[in-house]
Design a protein around this ligand. Structure first.
Ligand SMILES: NC(=O)c1ccc[n+]([C@@H]2O[C@H](COP(=O)([O-])OP(=O)(O)OC[C@H]3O[C@@H](n4cnc5c(N)ncnc54)[C@H](O)[C@@H]3O)[C@@H](O)[C@H]2O)c1
Ligand SMILES: O=C(O)C(=O)C[C@]1(C(=O)O)C=C[C@@H](O)C=C1
Length: 318
């Protein structure tokens, strides 16, 4: 199957929320050869106009129900805390046989908030592309965002296998690698790899800001590269990240608890002059970084239409 075949399996894609991720989906779908209709909805007239000016949508609407009417693929691209509200709005107009997916950074809570509102016959397949930037809004999107990045799916036990395969092929055509897992497993993994690191970056930049007041901005002016990376992460959208922490509470608190224990151990090693402990620790973490880079070099090109091994047959990862 070609990328164009995979994206054109759908004829009308509706994007609910027109920010970084929605706009990147539209650009990547067009790049793959999507020749169907893309509709969108945003609350503000300025965002709707921007989406038209940027060529992201063929038509934009002030309400989600209007945008979704007649769509065979609906993608919820709003903050996780807004998923329940938009699901209620669109439920009456979702066409039987349509696929409804989302891109939210948390999965168990999105399933809890969306699934109860849906009519029979709609294929609800939660998803999450692990790709983004600290920018927001329709102008921030670009076609290459998902290239060689993971998109994870957390289907429900009764998810239709053909609908899942079609959606996986769509995301692979956008450039992503795909995998399937249980929602709770997803939320724990992401708490480690994304959510806790964001909170740590927010905190470190907050600490530096307090220091900057003391040292008359020297901390900001002479910031080193590592700290500057923290400031990029800490510039991410406040609404999106508030919702992530409030909806992935248990997993994030679990990881932050472990983080604090390790931090105290390192703090003690510094105080007691235990250079061996520090050296051993940093040697171990360096190996992890090198492992990630090696794995990245092994990344295969997306294989359109391929259902990942184990998706429907062996069941998702737990
Ligand atoms: N930014 C990232 O790095 C990233 C990566 C992967 C997944 N995600 C997830 O994707 C989703 C969208 O993120 P984004 O980065 O595109 O955000 P964004 O801020 O760029 O866009 C969000 C859009 O949703 C709209 N919106 C907000 N609240 C709404 C409501 N109550 N009703 C209707 N529309 C509403 C906003 O006006 C905006 O148009 C979030 O669920 C986020 O967790 C983000
Ligand atoms: O690169 C960034 O700016 C991101 O933070 C993107 C990032 C991540 O943590 O990797 C953030 C949240 C998403 O749910 C997925 C991706």
């Amino acid at each position: 199957m070609t990328a164009a075949d995979a994206v054109n399996a759908y004829r009308h894609v509706a994007l609910v929320g027109l920010g970084l991720i929605a706009s990147s989906i539209a650009h990547a779908a067009r790049r793959a050869g999507f020749d169907g209709r893309i509709t969108g909805t945003a609350r503000s007239a300025a965002t709707r106009q921007a989406a038209l000016d940027l060529g992201i949508c063929d038509a934009v609407f002030p309400t989600a129900a209007e945008a979704v009417d007649g769509a065979d693929l609906v993608i919820l691209c709003v903050p996780v805390g807004a998923m329940a509200q938009v699901a209620t709005e669109i439920a009456p107009v979702l066409a039987p046989g349509a696929t409804l997916t989302d891109v939210g950074s948390v999965k168990a809570r999105v399933i809890e908030d969306v699934a109860p509102h849906l009519p029979e016959g709609v294929h609800f397949i939660p998803g999450h592309p692990i790709a983004g930037t600290e920018q927001s809004g329709p102008g921030a999107g670009f076609a290459e965002l998902f290239d060689n990045r993971w998109c994870l799916f957390t289907p429900l036990p009764d998810t239709d296998a053909d609908a899942l395969a079609r959606l996986i092929a769509f995301w692979q055509a956008l450039g992503a690698k795909t995998d399937v897992m249980e929602p709770e497993h997803h939320d724990l993994v992401l708490a480690v790899t994304s959510h806790a690191p964001h909170l740590i970056a927010y905190t470190m930049v907050g600490v530096a800001d307090d220091m900057a007041r003391v040292t008359e901005n020297e901390v900001i002016n002479y910031s080193a590269a590592g700290f500057r990376d923290f400031t990029r992460i800490a510039a991410s959208d406040p609404t999106m990240w508030r919702d992530v922490f409030l909806t992935n509470k248990a997993a994030t608190l679990e990881i932050l608890g472990r983080f604090t224990e390790e931090l105290f151990a390192l703090q003690r090693a510094i105080r007691t002059g235990d250079g061996q402990l520090l050296h051993d620790y940093f040697t171990r973490t360096r190996a992890i970084r090198r492992g990630i880079i090696d794995a990245g070099q092994d990344t295969a090109a997306p294989d359109f239409g391929r259902v990942p091994k184990g998706a429907a047959v062996d069941g998702p990862k737990r």
